[in-house]
Design a protein around this ligand. Structure first.
Ligand code: NDP
Length: 233
C-alpha cells in the first residue's frame, strides 16, 4: 500500500484529494493547521502541523517514517489575499511567502530524504493559475505561487536521477472556502471568461493529482498542469 501525505488536507481542495486517494487504495495522511471540522473519514490520519514551523514538520516526518515514509507528497496548504500592492504590509508578505513557499520548502526537504533513499517518489505542488499569469490585486499571492513553479522546475532536475517526479498543478478558480468572498456577479463573469463555461470543483484538482501520482505519468516531470477550464489559454 502506498502512503500519500496531503498538507492542508482539511481544506476544500485538500479534502477532495484525500478522499480521491483513499478511494484508490492509498494510506492517506493529511495535515491541518487550525480547523478539524472537515475531517470526516476516520481512516484518514490527520496530523496537526503548521507547515511554516520547521520543528513541527520534522516531528511529523518522524511519525510518518514509522509507516515507511511517504510515496506521494502533495503540497497543498496555502493562503490567499486580495489587496492592492500599495495596501500590503510586511506582515502580509511574510504570511503569504511563509505558508505558500516556505511551507512547500520545509515539507519537501523533510520528506524527500526518505524518497531519495527508496529511489521512488512523486511530489505534486499546488500552485495557482495566478502564479502562471499574475493577478491584479493579488500580486503577493501570485508571486508566492510563481515561486512554487520555479521550485518545482528546479527540483525536478535535481531529483529526476533519484527516481522522483516533481510536478505542479495550477488550478483555476475552484469552488472552495478560499473563494467564499467572491460575489455571484464575479463568479458569473469568471464562468463567462472560461472556455469550459464553469468554475472548477475540488474533484477536478483531485483527478489531476491522481494522474500525476500514477505510473501513467512516470515520464512527466517539472511540468505545470493548468487545471483551469482553459482560462489561461
Ligand atoms: P482552503 O482555504 O479550503 O484550504 C487551505 C488549507 O491550507 C487549509 O487546510 C489550511 O488549514 C491550510 N493551511 C493554511 N495555512 C497553513 C499553515 N500555516 N500550515 C498548515 N496548513 C495551513 O483553500 P483551497 O482548498 O481552496 O486551497 C488549497 C490550495 O489550492 C492552496 O494552496 C491554494 O492557494 C490553491 N489554489 C486554490 C484555488 C481556488 O480557487 N480555491 C485556485 C488556485 C490555487 P487550516 O484550515 O487548518 O488552517
Amino acid at each position: 500500500m502506498k502512503n500519500v501525505l496531503i498538507t492542508g488536507g482539511n481544506g476544500g481542495i485538500g479534502n477532495a484529494i484525500a478522499m480521491a486517494f483513499y478511494n484508490e487504495g492509498y494510506r492517506v495522511f493529511i495535515t491541518y493547521n487550525k480547523n478539524t471540522q472537515n475531517i470526516k473519514n476516520k481512516n484518514i490520519c490527520a496530523i496537526k502541523c503548521d507547515v511554516t514551523d520547521e520543528k513541527a514538520v520534522s516531528d511529523m516526518v518522524l511519525e510518518l517514517d514509522k509507516f515507511g515514509g511517504v510515496d506521494v507528497l502533495i503540497n497543498n496548504a496555502g493562503v490567499a489575499q486580495i489587496k492592492m500592492l500599495c495596501d500590503t504590509t510586511q506582515a502580509d508578505f511574510d504570511k503569504l511567502f511563509d505558508v505558500n513557499m516556505r511551507g512547500v520548502y520545509n515539507v519537501t526537504k523533510a520528506i524527500m530524504k526518505n524518497m531519495v533513499h527508496k529511489k521512488y517518489g512523486k511530489i505534486i505542488n499546488i500552485s495557482s493559475m495566478w502564479g502562471v499569469t499574475g493577478a491584479s490585486c493579488e500580486v503577493l499571492y501570485s508571486a508566492s505561487k510563481s515561486a512554487v513553479i520555479g521550485f518545482t522546475k528546479a527540483l525536478a532536475k535535481e531529483l529526476g536521477p533519484s527516481g522522483i517526479n516533481v510536478n505542479c498543478i495550477a488550478p483555476g478558480v475552484i469552488d472552495t472556502p478560499m473563494n467564499k468572498d467572491l460575489d455571484s456577479d464575479t463568479i458569473k463573469e469568471l464562468c463567462e471568461q472560461t472556455p469550459i463555461g464553469r468554475i472548477g470543483e475540488p474533484q477536478d484538482i483531485a483527478n489531476a493529482a491522481l494522474f500525476l501520482a500514477s505510473d501513467k505519468a512516470s515520464f512527466i516531470t517539472g511540468q505545470i498542469l493548468c487545471v483551469d477550464g482553459g482560462i489561461t489559454v
